[in-house]
Design a protein around this ligand. Structure first.
Ligand SMILES: [Ca+2]
Length: 352
């Protein structure tokens, strides 16, 4: 597997002359382990020289979520990566035992000892964008829009004399997000963008969350940077009779050491959901990062230069007659082949 990973890396490096991408990851490690898979992938791609990780911020309302991020950075020997959290929740909760961040925060060393040591996510965004070159930053959002909404709403302050919208317009090359659903150009979001009225009978967490929906609609209507969505139909397209296939990864993590932080994250998730022997999971979050860092490649078709709309009921659509620099991706390759590439990127040596 190591040789295959190396070959893939060398082939990729040979085929690209673009400068290393500077990435901010906006995530919500808590219940679904695809965020852990995505962090593994990003750290390995940083080791391969494909990206530089500027910061990782959390949107989940659990105190252990940013501590879990700090532990992952520590594990991959990137202890200096700043970690941020959304500070606008009325109350931050303690993670329940059936969420993996509870265990990762309890069991693994990190720089940020307690939640109070974590940075304000919106301020962290502003600091990084203020000091960045124009159009140099890629933002990958695989949680909810809380931080990014806060950034767009932010006014000039001691960090920057620019508003959040000005900073994003000047400094951000691409926002790549996991959310929405564009299957047959009329899909229902399932959680990150606020879920949908239509899916209330499907699962509780898919049912419309008005705050998330409102924040996401503001982001879509006001984000001045190119904005690309990888909807539910890519990573986890087999739901509610959609029959669009799933990109399944995770089982190969069993090849890693038993105490490898990413493997343990998946195992903790499945320990409470059917047992830790089978740790295969959809790859929603990984698809958004995969596209952000490697582009369409053989895996995806990008529909760009249009306009996304999200209704207050959670219905997503895309219109190619108006160019708001927005778009979405669809799979153009077998699920198994995309999964193979993603899973190889989730494995990798921890750098010295
Ligand atoms: Ca996520």
């Amino acid at each position: 597997m190591k040789n295959i990973c190396l070959l893939i890396t060398l082939l990729h490096l040979a085929s690209t002359s673009s400068a290393q991408m500077k990435v901010i990851l906006d995530t919500d490690p808590s219940y679904d382990p695809d965020d852990m898979g995505c962090m593994a992938m990003m750290h390995n791609m940083a080791t391969n020289g494909e990206c530089e990780i500027l910061a990782i911020v959390n949107t989940m309302d659990q105190k252990e979520s940013p501590l879990c991020i700090s532990a992952v950075n520590f594990f991959y020997n990137r202890k200096a990566i700043p970690v941020g959290d959304y500070m606008g929740y009325p109350r931050k909760k303690d993670a329940p035992e059936n969420s993996y961040d509870y265990h990762i925060a309890r069991d693994y060393p990190r720089i940020h000892e307690k939640w109070e040591d974590i940075n304000d996510g919106v301020k962290l965004y502003r600091e990084i964008l203020e000091s960045a070159k124009n159009s140099s930053i890629t933002i990958v959002i695989i949680g909810t829009m809380h931080n990014f909404y806060g950034l767009l709403k932010s006014e000039a302050d001691e960090i920057s004399d620019k508003t959040g919208i000005q900073l994003v317009g000047e400094k951000v090359a691409l926002v790549s997000t996991m959310g929405g659903n564009f299957l047959n150009n009329k899909g229902y979001d399932r959680t990150n963008w606020g879920g949908s009225d239509h899916l209330c009978s499907y699962t509780d967490w898919s049912c419309l969350n008005e705050e998330r929906n409102r924040m996401c609609r503001y982001v879509i209507d006001n984000c001045p940077a190119p904005f690309m969505a990888s909807g539910w139909e890519n990573g986890n397209g087999d739901y509610f009779n959609a029959n669009n296939g799933n990109v399944i990864t995770g089982q190969a993590l069993k090849q890693l050491a038993e105490d490898h932080i990413i493997r343990k994250g998946y195992e903790w998730y499945f320990k409470y959901r059917g047992g830790e022997h089978d740790i295969r999971r959809h790859s929603n979050d990984q698809c958004a990062l995969h596209y952000a860092l490697r582009g369409e490649g053989e895996n995806y078709q990008a529909f760009t230069d249009g306009r996304i709309t999200l209704s207050d009921k959670g219905v997503c659509s895309w219109d190619n007659t108006v160019n708001r620099k927005q778009g979405h991706i669809q799979k153009k390759r077998d699920d198994e082949l995309i999964a193979e590439e993603i899973e190889a990127l989730m494995l990798g040596e921890v750098p010295e």
